[in-house]
Write a protein that binds this ligand. Structure first.
Ligand code: GDP
Length: 287
């Protein structure tokens, strides 16, 4: 699903989240572990204001574990509570309510001291499209609830979903827009599949991916597609295209005259990459 974000959408999305903030104790900010900054809304601090926040680095199964660890440290240093998760298998998901309660510990302790029995922590998941909000809601709920494809502006009755005995979650997540101003952010998002190929050209996305992978993950690319041992020079466009062609030949993307169908080869390469066939990779690192 791709949302075309216009200023009006952004204002509405922001207002919708701010309305929901009144109902909750904690916001769960979902980021893609492979590109936590590029998958982050640029105005998130202004939108969430001072609401307690838990950052969850999702899709950690697809990311480079060493880089994810660096991101965990980075966000902790920034003063955030942070967890990593895989919403499809549920790995790390059960820690979310525990961590959310920890964040609210002082408030809960005060209530207990006054003899008030604490109610379940109320939470809202927020994040850009495709980051895994619906998948996580379903996992936390233990059943299928949120419609994948929820759109900003489409309202339906909100409900609280019970997550164990300690947490309640709003069933409609807060949908936020990604950063637009930086073209590389767009390409990183496109490589991971967060932006559809109708918006950016598939060959350009693959070109960007190969340039990046050749810098940081050449052995994975080399092994998957039987490429030459020596990494290419990512600054040389001819070498990048030669690798795209080699991948195309390997995958049988040949058109009449023996030429490689670069668009088809690009699509295949990106699908394998996104499905984790090359192993975990991260598209940006904090240091
Ligand atoms: P939403 O737009 O934020 O609600 O995102 P979805 O929940 O619809 O997820 C987008 C895609 O990412 C779907 O194909 C999910 O199966 C996939 N996905 C979500 N979370 C994970 C995860 O932790 N790991 C992997 N491998 N895929 C995930």
């Amino acid at each position: 699903m791709t949302i075309q974000w216009f200023p009006g959408h952004m204002t509405r999305a922001r207002r919708q989240i701010q309305d929901k903030l009144k109902l909750i104790d904690v916001a769960i900010e979902l980021l893609d572990a492979r590109l936590p900054l590029s998958s982050r809304n640029p105005m998130i601090d202004e939108i969430l204001l001072n609401k307690p926040r838990l950052i969850v680095l999702n899709k950690s199964d697809l990311a480079d574990p060493a880089v994810t660890k660096e991101w965990m440290d980075y966000f902790k240093k920034e003063g955030h509570a942070v967890l990593m998760a895989d919403a499809t298998t549920g790995h790390g998901v059960k820690d979310i309510s525990v961590k959310a309660r920890e964040l609210l510990k002082e408030k809960i302790d005060r209530q207990i001291a006054k003899g008030i029995r604490p109610r379940p922590v109320r939470a809202l998941i927020v994040g850009i499209p495709n980051v895994g909000k619906s998948t996580l809601i379903n996992k936390l709920a233990g059943r299928s609830i949120a419609l994948t494809g929820d759109r900003p502006g489409v309202t339906k009755g909100q409900q609280w979903i019970k997550v164990g005995t300690d947490m309640e979650l709003l069933d409609t997540p807060g949908i936020l827009w990604p950063k637009f101003e930086d073209q590389n952010v767009g390409y990183r998002l496109a490589v991971t599949g967060a932006i559809k190929e109708e918006i950016l050209n598939v060959e350009d996305i693959a070109f960007f991916a190969i340039q990046y992978l050749s810098r940081y993950y050449w052995p994975k690319l080399q092994e998957r597609f039987d490429l030459q041992e020596k990494p290419l020079d990512p600054e040389d466009p001819d070498q990048v295209v030669a690798v795209m062609e080699a991948i195309g030949r390997k995958r049988g993307c040949i058109v009449s005259g023996g030429k490689v169908d670069l668009a088809k080869a690009s699509g295949m390469m990106l699908r394998e990459l996104r499905a984790g066939k090359l192993g975990g990779f991260s598209m940006e690192s904090p240091y």
